[in-house]
Each structure stands twice: as C-alpha cells, then as structure tokens.
Design a protein around this ligand. Structure first.
Ligand SMILES: NC(=O)c1ccc[n+]([C@@H]2O[C@H](COP(=O)([O-])OP(=O)(O)OC[C@H]3O[C@@H](n4cnc5c(N)ncnc54)[C@H](O)[C@@H]3O)[C@@H](O)[C@H]2O)c1
Length: 248
C-alpha cells in the first residue's frame, strides 16, 4: 500500500499503538502529524524525519476543544489537507464500581470518549471539504466484554463504537469511512502501567494464538483501513485480540 502524497493526523503518537502507526504510515510515504500531550512525540517525529520521511509534532491535550481545533487549523494551513485520522490517544486505570469516583469517571470519559468527539469533529470538517477521508478509532475489546480496568474504561470504549457507527452513517456521503479497532492484550506501556509482568504470563494462557499482541499487530490493520484498498468498509468494529474475546 502506497501513501505517497497523503497526510495523516495520528493521536497518541508518543507511545504504544499510536507511535507504531505513525512510524509505519511514514515509512510508506505518508506525511504524519503526531498529536500527543506527552512531548516524547517530538522524538517520534524526529525519528521519522531522520529516516528521510515527513513528520511534525503538536503538543495537544485532546480534551481541550480550543487546543484540538487550533492544531487542526494549523495543520490545514501548513499541509493544505488531511486524508487520514487515526485516534489512538487514551488512558486506562484499574477500579471497581464501588471505589470509582466521579473524578476518575469524568477523566476517563473525557480522555477516551470526549477527545474522540472533538478530534473527529475538527478533522471531518476538513475531510468533508475534500470529499475524502479515512478515520480509524482505537477502541478496545473491553467495549464488548466490559473488562479492561473497570466500568469507566469499558463504558468510554463502548461509547467510541457508538460514535464510530453514527459518524460512518453521517460521513459516508462525503466519501469518508469511519471504522474502529478493538485491541486486547497488546504489549504497550499502557498495559505495563495497568497490570505488570505477572499479568502477561497469566493472560497468555487465555489467548488462543498463545502470545501477547504487539503494536505492530494493530498497526497492520490500521494501515489497511486507512488505505484506498478498504474503500467499501465503514462502520465496522474489528478485534485484534489473538482470538481471546470469543475463545472458550
Ligand atoms: N494496549 C492494549 O492492550 C490496549 C487494549 C485495548 C485498547 N487499547 C487502546 O489503544 C489506545 C492506545 O493505547 P496504548 O496501549 O498504545 O497506550 P499508551 O499509553 O502506550 O499510549 C497512549 C497515548 O495517549 C496519550 N494521551 C493520553 N491522554 C492524552 C490527552 N489528554 N491528550 C493527548 N494525548 C493523550 C499518551 O500520552 C500516550 O502517548 C488507547 O486508546 C487504549 O485504550 C490498548
């Protein structure tokens, strides 16, 4: 798949899945704008440019509407278009309902779900004017199993799927596809912070394919869904979980 001449916005590009997507898209000729609250994304953009590809970094808190809108406006001024949006930014914390505070609930919904609304709204305006776009939202298998840290996380991730289906209907007439991916048990810093090494040894026993997933496993599907080759696929939610979710 060739992405020469395309421009992508990748959120959560400083770490894990988003970082891998940014590196992979760039290596295929796509110009990548990395958005993250963590300035490690600057190094990701530098790594891409040092390899002879094109990238830039924006420090953005994706829960702040003005910051989201101003970064997208600046990208539009400088790059003139946005073909692809991959929204990978997110957080997960472990908590049961009885201990869940409104503060943790609001923070999780804001970062995982409200950010999805803000970034898709800002980018889709540009895509509608171009009559072209590919949007991929990184949700979670937890959206359908109700796991992954707790009810706040599962609810935020399920909300992303509802948003994906709704946007896919609304934006189809503008030649914009919108799909969601449900990773599960992907070995990234998020999983390390949440569970640690012992969890990995244990969870592998519940994964039919017998290993943890990698950010690359997820990015391979992202690449297909943001390519021209996937032009008749929209409104879908696809698991990348080694078979875990529907195993016996
Ligand atoms: N790793 C897994 O097993 C797994 C499983 C299911 C779903 N996911 C989802 O995949 C996505 C990526 O997760 P990951 O494992 O790569 O995690 P990660 O922690 O490695 O990366 C997440 C990135 O999001 C950024 N971010 C967080 N809050 C932000 C904000 N307010 N504004 C801008 N950026 C912000 C972080 O700085 C970080 O760079 C998340 O949405 C996560 O819920 C991951």
């Amino acid at each position: 798949m060739n992405f020469k001449g395309k421009t992508a916005v990748v959120t959560g590009a400083s770490s894990g899945i988003g970082k891998e997507v940014a590196l992979s898209l760039a290596s295929k000729g796509c110009e990548v704008c990395c958005l993250d609250i963590n300035d490690e994304g600057l190094k990701v953009a530098e790594q891409i440019t040092s390899q002879g590809f094109r990238a830039c970094f924006y420090h953005v808190d994706l829960t702040i509407e003005d910051d989201v809108n101003s970064s997208i406006e600046d990208i539009l001024i400088k790059k003139n278009k946005i073909d692809i949006l991959v929204h990978s930014a997110g957080i997960s914390t472990k908590c049961n309902l009885k201990d869940l505070t409104l503060d943790t609930w609001n923070k999780t919904i804001n970062i995982n779900l409200t950010s999805t609304f803000l970034i898709t709204k800002a980018v889709s305006r540009v895509m509608i004017d171009q009559n072209y776009g590919r949007i991929v939202i990184i949700s979670s298998g937890s959206a359908i199993t109700g796991t992954g840290g707790g009810p706040h996380y599962a609810a935020s991730k399920a909300g992303q799927i509802g948003l994906t289906r709704s946007l896919s209907n609304e934006l189809a007439k503008h030649n914009i596809t919108v799909n969601a991916i449900g990773p599960r048990s992907i070995d990234t810093p998020l999983l390390d912070k949440l569970y640690g090494e012992d969890y990995k040894k244990d969870v592998i026993k519940r994964i039919p394919l017998g290993r943890m997933g990698t950010a690359k496993d997820v990015s391979e599907l992202v690449i297909f869904l943001v390519s021209d080759e996937s032009s008749f696929i929209t409104g879908q939610f696809i698991l990348v979980d080694g078979g875990r979710t529907f195993s016996n």
